[in-house]
Structure formats: C-alpha cells, structure tokens
Design a protein around this ligand. Sequence first.
Ligand SMILES: [Cu+2]
Length: 150
Amino acid sequence: MAIRTTSLALALACLAWPALAGERAAAKVACAPAGEALAWSCTIEVTARKSGEPVVAESLSVKADMPSMPMAHNIPPASAMPMGDMPGHYMATIELEMHGEWALAIEVDGRTAGTGARVRDRVIVKQEFGSGEMQGGHRLGSGHGAAPKQ
Ligand SMILES: [Cu+2]
C-alpha cells in the first residue's frame, strides 16, 4: 500500500514537471565507431521541444543501458562537450559492453539559445549498436528493414 502511494506521488510529480521546469528537450543522436572496439563517438543535437531553439547546456551527460538486460550493465555516465561554435551540438564518447540495442539517457540542464528559457530534462534515445556503419540509428547497407535483435 505504501508503495502504491509513492508511485502515485511520483506520477503526479512527473505530470507537474514540465510546467515547473520550463521547456522540455528533444535530442537527436548519431553514433559512429570511435576506433576501439565497443567505443562510440556520438554527436548529440539538443533542442527545446516547443520552440525548436538549440539548447545551450550547462551540463549534459549520457548514460547507456540495455533495455533488454535490466541490471546487467552499469556503465557510468559520459559527459558531453560542446562542438565548436554550433549551439546545441555536443559530442560524447561512450564505451559499451556489447552490441545490441541500447537506450541512451541524455540528461540536460541549460537554457535555450534565443529566449534563455530553462531546459532541464531527461531524454531517452534508443539506438542499435553493431559492427556495421550506422546513421540515425539505422544500419547502412542492410538489405532488411530492421537490424536483427540479439
Ligand atoms: Cu547487454
């Protein structure tokens, strides 16, 4: 019973969150092999969901986990660095432990480039990581519609 009450309180807190926090974030992620096995170099583009403005982050981290293997991996979050003078573009190197589908939890705290609205959010982006070349989460040169699941 106590657990039920807690989850209800959390659900209400989540509903109230966007109003308290200003704008929510959207993220686009593209990853390429970084040279070492299972290391990936990812570019992350963060925008405010409503206005579409780029988000200038004070902090931005990426935590990778495998949706199909809860508790199997515990990879520390990687911090992302801003890319040159492109507002809203960041770069992070993530080191995974195996191929397959990973969920990247992108935690961002910052402000939009134009109006300076506060953006503090957590965005989950799922990506398939394999040995082939990828773009936008899809394998290139694959004859099939979807990459095989493990
Ligand atoms: Cu795994």
